[in-house]
Design a protein around this ligand. Structure first.
Ligand SMILES: [Zn+2]
Length: 422
């Protein structure tokens, strides 16, 4: 029995796309763009594609993968995220993959292990290693960690047709990044036209979906595919405008994802507020622009067909139930319903930043932050109790993470500068 007077009880939050292996590089790319745009600005150099994927990722050893993943997982657990889809593109070898999976198990929260590519070195076994991983780690249906297949389309037709086929043979969901700014629009169009060598279905989760054509949107929607949006990252790193209005127009709903802590916090409150404010900015701008010239009313009634403004309940659903459904975990988590496993977060509504309580979903979405996450329960096991994470040694782990960080920076020859661009 838990006394929750003055508290708000919500389902555990679900993050449908997080690169947990990058924890040692937190805020290293606070200004960074996705790709070098040739401007020579502090946002272009360093940029994500070159710095993180090109330089740092190949320097990861399996022990780096383990501690980075574990630290990221505990950090999110502490913030109330009880389920994650970890997309760590760090599968340089089977040992790297095993380290990632082990860390997800050791975190003690629900996770979909995304088996994505690594740096493609000799000895890498993507996508073939999926079968071994499934047999070795995921033979039981009754465990917190499940498996999703990475099916990146920018790896080329040879690779993605194999990864998608392997996924379907093994009964795994398929996820992929979809970023027009990364040159991915053409391959999505080809697939939408039926000429890409793979068939989109309800087992597909596409991430970002920025800069995609209307044809791709329509066909992916018709096929029952799902979409994960990483609002803060898409806005900050120039993936393109988060396509929330397109999602709404098609009658779809997104799940939310944190993406990379090299560039932004992975807590669920940041994700919800970014979704809420960005969508409302877009709609509000549309409505204000509908003012008739010469009209005495500068605050127009929204025209027929204007998108509805997201409500706090909408984004709360994006961050919980939708995430669970998009990972195929809707029967286990995502809502507080009889028959599901107990993934529960208790939020303190008596705190200085929240009281007095007037609107429950409103307080969660518009006022709270991770300091209000008091108790976290995963599948009935208490993992955080009255503000303290249980079964974890953050100090020892932080030292291990700092050692990993030191190794990575030394290995790639990047100087550590606490005040870059100073
Ligand atoms: Zn990503």
């Amino acid at each position: 029995m838990i006394d929750v007077r003055g508290r708000i009880v919500v389902p555990g939050f679900v993050d449908t796309h997080h690169h947990q292996f990058e924890t040692a590089l937190r805020a290293q790319l606070a200004d960074g763009l996705l790709i070098d745009d040739g401007s020579g600005s502090p946002s272009a150099d360093p940029n994500y594609a070159e710095e993180v994927l090109g330089r740092f990722a190949p320097a990861y050893r399996p022990e780096d993968v383990y501690v980075n993943e574990l630290f990221a997982g505990l950090s999110q657990l502490d913030a109330g995220v009880t389920t994650v889809h970890d997309i760590s593109q760090i599968h340089h070898s089977p040992e790297h993959s095993d380290a990632a999976v082990q860390a997800l198990f050791d975190t003690g929260r629900r996770a979909a292990f995304g088996f994505f590519e690594g740096d493609g070195r000799p000895g890498a076994r993507y996508p073939e290693d999926a079968r071994r991983l499934r047999d070795q780690w995921f033979s039981s249906e009754d465990q917190l960690v499940t498996m999703v297949m990475g099916g990146e389309l920018h790896l080329g037709r040879q690779v993605y047709t194999r990864s998608w086929a392997t996924a379907r043979e093994l009964g795994l969901r398929i996820s992929a990044h979809s970023v027009g700014a990364f040159g991915q629009r053409a391959v999505h169009d080809a697939i939408a036209r039926g000429a890409g060598g793979v068939r989109v279905g309800p087992d597909n989760l596409f991430i970002h979906m920025t800069g995609m054509s209307d044809l791709t949107w329509q066909r992916f929607h018709d096929a029952g595919a799902q979409v994960s949006l990483a609002f803060p990252i898409e806005m900050s790193m120039r993936h393109g405008t988060p396509p929330i209005l397109k999602v709404q127009q098609l009658g779809m709903e997104p799940s939310l994802s944190s993406d990379v802590e090299t560039t932004m916090s992975a807590d669920p409150f940041t994700l919800m507020r970014s979704a809420f404010t960005l969508q409302r900015m877009l709609v509000n701008e549309q409505v204000l622009a509908q003012e008739e010239p010469g009209s005495a009313n500068p605050y127009p009634v929204p025209a027929e067909g204007s998108p509805h403004l997201l409500t706090v309940r909408d984004v709360l659903r994006f961050a919980t139930a939708n995430g669970a459904a998009h990972l195929g975990l809707g029967s286990r988590t995502g809502t507080l319903s009889p028959g599901k496993q107990a993934d529960i977060v208790v939020l303190d509504a008596t705190a200085l930043n929240v009281a007095p309580l007037n609107n429950v979903p409103g307080a969660v979405v518009t006022l709270m932050d991770r300091t209000n996450v008091e108790t976290v329960i995963v599948a009935g096991t208490v993992r955080k109790w009255r503000g303290r994470l249980l079964q974890a040694d953050p100090v020892r782990l932080r030292q291990a993470l700092e050692d990993s960080r030191d190794h990575l920076f030394d290995a790639v020859g990047v100087p550590r500068r606490l005040f870059p661009h100073g």
